[in-house]
Design a protein around this ligand. Structure first.
Ligand SMILES: Nc1nc2c(ncn2[C@@H]2O[C@H](COP(=O)(O)OP(=O)(O)O)[C@@H](O)[C@H]2O)c(=O)[nH]1
Ligand SMILES: [Mg+2]
Length: 299
């Protein structure tokens, strides 16, 4: 199955719901209510769903659209433009480019790092993985396997080591080995917010002190299957580190995609990538147009 098909499978529930609404008849208040319900059910969030449908209603009036396909294509345009609220990444950053990857345990950080490393290696970059999730030995080992699989340099200490000290080692090594991109894995123990905050802030301090232009990206990974819970996670992490981009993982395992809209709206940062499986190639660039198409379908 190609990647876009996987994404489409993940978003099929939302699409089917939209399709059945579209079949139900005339453009009237009931239609708007159904669309609002569908967006809420797709995890777009209550406020944003209402606001989106309000804007849709205005657009429909203004453009004098009277048919259902016209309404749907206006909705798609609105959603695509909402998903493009992006700050563009720096294209040619000075080396090493440091990407800090954060998120709650189990959302797919380490796997995503492996997939990104694979992409970067394919584009000819020299990549290093730093194991700043020192909480479990298993986490270090897991990242090491990804490093071997993708042909990346790897820097780690032992289980329980100071995460910021691992970051420091990795930065030093990245500089001396002329690495293009250093990807730093971190632990995400949300149940202990003070520890999490101390650990992540310290890592960021160490990065900034040693590479003034970094971190170039701080990516928050969220698991799409957690739905609106992802918003709470985003809020917590964004209060600790400045999130610059989002990765939505496990979109192959969910019927809902609206969380992408909800998160972009909340943090005002773009979705950079989406995860659509556990394999090395199961990472897609986020394309707002394709995403909305997969969510709403052709109906
Ligand atoms: N189906 C699916 N599984 C994923 C995806 N990304 C990660 N996983 C799985 O989620 C689990 C936790 O991933 P891991 O990278 O260890 O999460 P971490 O604790 O945040 O580092 C693993 O079993 C991964 O294979 C994805 O996009 N789709
Ligand atoms: Mg991990």
């Amino acid at each position: 199955m190609d990647l876009f098909s996987k994404l489409k499978t993940g978003l099929s529930k939302t699409r089917n719901q939209i399709a059945s609404i579209v079949k139900t008849g005339p453009v009237n208040e009931e239609l708007y209510e159904s669309l609002e319900e569908a967006l809420i059910a797709a995890d777009v969030g209550l406020d944003l769903s209402m606001e989106t449908v309000d804007r849709l209603r205005d657009e429909v009036k203004q453009q004098r659209v009277t048919d259902m396909p016209g309404v749907l294509s206006l909705l798609k345009e609105l959603l695509v433009s909402d998903l493009k609220k992006e700050k563009l990444p720096e294209d040619f950053p000075p080396k090493p480019w440091i990407v800090l990857v954060v998120g709650v345990n189990g959302v797919g950080k380490t796997t995503t790092i492996g997939k990104i490393a694979h992409e970067l290696r394919n584009s000819g970059k020299k990549v290093m993985l730093g194991a700043a999730d020192t909480f479990r030995a298993g986490a270090i080992e897991q990242l090491k396997i990804w490093a071997q699989r993708t042909g990346c340099d790897f820097v780690a200490q032992h289980e329980g080591a100071d995460a910021a000290s691992v970051a420091f080692d990795a930065i030093e090594a990245a500089k001396s080995r002329d690495v293009d991109v250093l990807l730093l894995d971190t632990a995400g123990r949300l149940h202990n917010k003070v520890n999490l905050m101390n650990e992540l802030s310290k890592i960021v301090r160490v990065i900034k002190a040693n590479v003034p232009h970094a971190p170039n990206e701080t990516l928050l990974v969220v698991d799409a299957t957690t739905g609106q819970n992802a918003l709470k996670q985003a809020e917590v992490f964004n209060s600790i580190v400045e999130i610059t981009g989002l990765i939505i993982s496990k979109l192959d395992g969910t019927a809902k995609g609206g969380v992408a809209l909800a998160l972009t709206n909340k943090l005002r940062v773009p979705v950079r990538k989406i995860g659509v499986g556990e394999g090395i190639d199961d990472l897609q660039d986020f394309n707002a147009h394709d995403f909305v198409q997969a969510m709403l379908g052709d109906s």
